[in-house]
Design a protein around this ligand. Structure first.
Ligand SMILES: [Fe+2]
Ligand SMILES: [Fe+2]
Length: 240
């Protein structure tokens, strides 16, 4: 039974995530608490404004029903370009998954959040590569033709210097045996969002099947260390 059916006619308030309010000067917590009464409650469960997720959601359900349009295209395009270039499936799956966090969960430190999110379902190498792509993006590697992205000049300004923990992560990654897997994510990490561009997510079904362990209970309901992160994407407006 949906929350709506249980509470017909009630208004449900959506509280912004605390982390999205920090530093903005906008905080509606007290105003919302004052609005609560028998007709007005906080949002819990399915938000009717969002497409309903299946009972046991799989990876591609999140692509179709939860990821922003930008993340959807960016991830499919990265994976398709890596595939077209003839890379191993571990690189293709890493490209397909590398920006789930900033696409649908949280932007800040997205490589680290993203790695944690997928770690129970992919190899250690793929999770490691996703974690480190965040740092490697800031540093060129001429050996594979990777240059500092023009988009980063636009995002951060020409004088931006990455913080020390990012510089350290880059240095550590350079020495690591899995460096090239992470580096290749950055090579295919391009932003191009033409409207006529289209990659069918279903075309990755076999690669996902071989490289991503879909839990029988569905992502979010398998009790894994990151299940709560998938549930947060299913119900992003839950008050608690
Ligand atoms: Fe990224
Ligand atoms: Fe990316």
């Amino acid at each position: 039974m949906s929350e709506n059916a249980r509470h017909p006619g009630r208004t449900r308030l959506i509280a912004p995530q605390p982390i999205a309010s920090q530093g903005t000067g906008v905080n509606v917590e007290f105003q919302q608490l004052e609005l609560l009464n028998e007709h007005t409650v906080m949002m819990m469960g399915d938000n009717p404004a969002l497409p309903k997720m299946p009972q046991a959601p799989k990876l591609l359900d999140f692509f179709r029903l939860r990821f922003s349009k930008l993340a959807y295209r960016h991830l499919l395009q990265s994976a398709q370009n890596a595939l077209n270039a003839g890379h191993e499936e571990k690189v293709v799956i890493a490209c397909l998954l590398h920006d789930i966090s900033n696409g649908a969960l949280i932007r800040t430190d997205h490589g680290y959040w993203g790695a944690q999110l997928v770690a129970p379902y992919v190899t250690e190498e793929v999770a490691w590569a996703i974690r480190h792509h965040q740092a490697l993006r800031y540093f060129a590697d001429e050996s594979v033709g990777y240059q500092y992205p023009d988009s980063y000049y636009a995002f951060f300004g020409r004088d931006y210097v990455p913080p020390e923990y990012i510089q350290r992560a880059h240095q550590e990654a350079r020495q690591h045996r899995w460096y090239m897997t992470s580096r290749l994510i950055t090579v295919y990490d391009e932003y191009s969002f033409q409207d006529d561009w289209n990659v069918d997510p279903e075309s990755f079904t076999d690669i996902i099947g071989r490289n991503f362990r879909e839990p029988r209970e569905g992502l979010g309901f398998d009790g894994s260390p990151s299940a709560h992160m998938w549930r947060t994407m299913i119900w992003p407006n839950n008050f608690l």
